[in-house]
Write a new protein. Structure first.
Length: 169
């Protein structure tokens, strides 16, 4: 298959790919992104298509695999978030007492790495996505997650240490 054929295939098979992606992912916006990604992958892998199956079958398989990987990645990211961040982030996002607000502000100001606090501020307090925060910080999306993880671990240690010293007095 030649790359020039992909444009024609996009017009012909795009609706099928979109429907399949929407069926698996459940959201139109996600399906639109998947549609683009599937055809980018098809374009990159066009020379691998040997014609033993129909183009529609090939694109259907690419779409299914891509979308299932998206779901698996989302599930794993959610698990990691719940495991590492969720409970501790409630302190930062929903301080219930005025004293909690003071603690959160102090922790942000005392963070040993300024990027930790900045990442937490962007994502947790401002509600930015990791991609948006990454762009502002000039780092990768994964780095933003790592910065938040490091801050969270450090903050937990600080809070635990304060609790111990309060118990001693």
């Amino acid at each position: 298959m030649k790359r020039a054929e992909i444009a024609g295939f996009f017009k012909r098979y795009g609706p099928m790919v979109f429907r399949r992606a929407r069926q698996i992912l459940g959201h139109e916006r996600d399906a639109e992104e998947a549609l683009q990604e599937v055809f980018i992958r098809a374009l990159k892998g066009a020379e691998k298509f040997d014609g033993r199956s129909q183009v529609s079958t090939w694109l259907y398989r690419i779409t299914t695999n891509y979308c299932l990987n998206i779901l698996r990645n989302k599930k794993r990211r959610r698990e990691l978030y719940d495991e590492r961040v969720s409970g501790s982030m409630e302190t930062f996002t929903q301080p219930s007492q005025p004293e909690d607000v003071i603690v959160v502000r102090r922790l942000l100001s005392e963070a040993p790495e300024p990027d930790w606090a900045t990442a937490v501020s962007y994502v947790v307090l401002d509600g930015m996505s990791h991609n948006e925060a990454a762009e502002l910080l000039g780092v990768s999306r994964r780095t933003v997650g790592n910065l938040i993880d490091r801050f969270t671990q450090w903050a937990k240690t600080q809070i635990a240490g304060e609790a111990e010293s309060d118990a001693d007095t």
